[in-house]
Design a protein around this ligand. Sequence first.
Ligand code: GLU
Length: 507
Amino acid sequence: MNEVRVRFAPSPTGPLHIGGVRTALYNYLFAKKNHGKFILRIEDTDQTRFVPGAEDYIVESLKWCGIDFDEGVHIGGPYAPYRQSDRKEIYHQYALSLLEKGYAYYAFDSAEDLEILRKDSEKRKETFQYGPLSRMALKNSLTIDKEEVTRLLDTGHPFVIRIKIPEHETIVVNDLIRGEVKVESGLLDDKVLFKSDGMPTYHLANVVDDYLMKITHVIRGEEWLPSAPLHALLYRYLGWESVMPAFAHLPLLLKPDGNGKLSKRDGDRLGFPVFPLRWTDPKTGDISSGYRESGYLPEAFINMLALLGWNPGTEQEILSMAELIGLFSIDRVGKSGSKFDPEKARWINHQYLASAPDETIADLLEKIIVGEGIQADRIKLLQISGLIKDRANLIPDLWQQSWFFFRSPEKYDESVIQKFWKPETPGFLKNIAAMLEGHGTFDSATVEFSLKQFIQEQGLPMGQVMNSLRLVLVGGSFGPGVAAIIAVLGKQEAISRIYRALDTIGK
Ligand code: GLU
C-alpha cells in the first residue's frame, strides 16, 4: 500500500466543536498506527462564514490535545499552501476541464429567479432542486446558445459552474464504516462547484485538494456522507477514479439524552463545555467555556473522546495516546451515534488525576496557589499532592481539597459543631495540643500512632475526638486523614489552630 495520508480539514467558521476534535483524533490515530502522514488543511472558501480567530483557535486546540501534524497550514510541507484561500488559482482549471468534458455547465440564473422557483415549489410542498429534472428549463449553458453564453461571460455577468449530475445512475460509494452506500443520481442536485468571484465551493476544492495532496483515506463526520456520491462522481469526471481515497464517515456525537446531535449551539446550555478551549465570540463577546479552562487534563479529554464512537475491544477504559495508537482501527468504529456522557468525562479525568505522579499534581497546584497569592515550598506541595490527588475530578478541585493547608479556616461548620462539640471537647483538645507539643518526629504515621494511643489511654470516644480535631484544623468535615493534615501543617500551626478554634467556638 502507498503511504497513508490523511487530513483534518476544518472550516474556520467558529470554534472547533468536540466532535471536530474527535474527527481530528481518529485521523491522527489512524495516521500514526499506519506510519502515515497527517495534514491540517484549512477550508476557507466560503468567505461569508469566515470568523476571525477561528483558525488560530483550531491550531491551539489541537496542540493542547497533543494531536500533532506532519504538514499543515501552521507548519508548511511539500504540498503547501494548506489554506484553500491561498490556493485560489488552482481550482479554476479543474472547473474548466469539467466544462470542456461536458460534466459541468455555466448557470446564469439570478438569486432572485431561484428564490421564486424555491417558493413555488414550497407552495406545492416540494423541494426545488437545480438538477437533472429542472436544469433544461433554467438559464444555463445547456439551454442558451453558445454566442449568448460567450457574451454573458465577456460582459462579466455573474455565473456559477455546476456539476451535471447523470439522470439515471445508481452511484455506489464504499464506506469503511457503513459498507456499500447507494444513491440514485436523480436525488442529487447539480451542486455549484465554482463561482464568478473566482472561488471554488467546498465540494470542488475538497476533492481537488485531496487529490493533489495525495490523500489516501477521508475520515470525517457523518454529516458529509450525503456529499460522498457527489465527490465520487467528481473523482470519476476528473479522471482520478483510480486514486480516489477510501471513505470513512464517523458516527455523530449525540446529546447525553440521545436526542439529536450535540451541536455548537449547545454551548454551555447542557452544563458542560462543547469546545476544547474557552472561546470568546469576536462579534458578540459571548464566552463559551472550554475543557482546558474547566480543569481537564488533555490526556483525559483525548481518552474520553476516543471512546465516543470507537472501542478497543476490551473493557479497558483508561488508555494513553500511545495505547490508543497501538489499538486503533476503523473496524472498531461504530455505526450508530454516541451519546456524550459528561459524568464519564469527569470520571476519566479523575482517573488521570488520581494516577498522575505527585510532581504533576504539584505543578498544577502550584499554578493555582500562586494565583491565590500564596507561596509554598516544593516539599510541602508534593506531600499535599499525594494526599489529595484521588479526591479531585477536575483541576480546580485540587484547591477545594487543599486550601486549608495554606490558610487557616475562618469559620467552622455549624452542623459539625452541633454534632461533635461536647462540653468535654475543649478539655481533650487542649490535652492533644500538649501531647503534640511534646512530640518528636512529626510524620503522618507517628502522629497517627500517638493520637490513637492517646485516645485509648484516656478512654475517649474516637469519632468525637477525630471529628472535632478535623473541625478545628480545616473548619469542616472534609479533607484527607487527620494525622496527615497535622503532619503537613507542622506542630506549631496545628497547635495554634486548636487554640484559635477554642477561642472562637468555645472553651
Ligand atoms: N471543511 C469540511 C468541514 O468543515 C471538511 C469535510 C471533509 O473532511 O471533507 O468539516
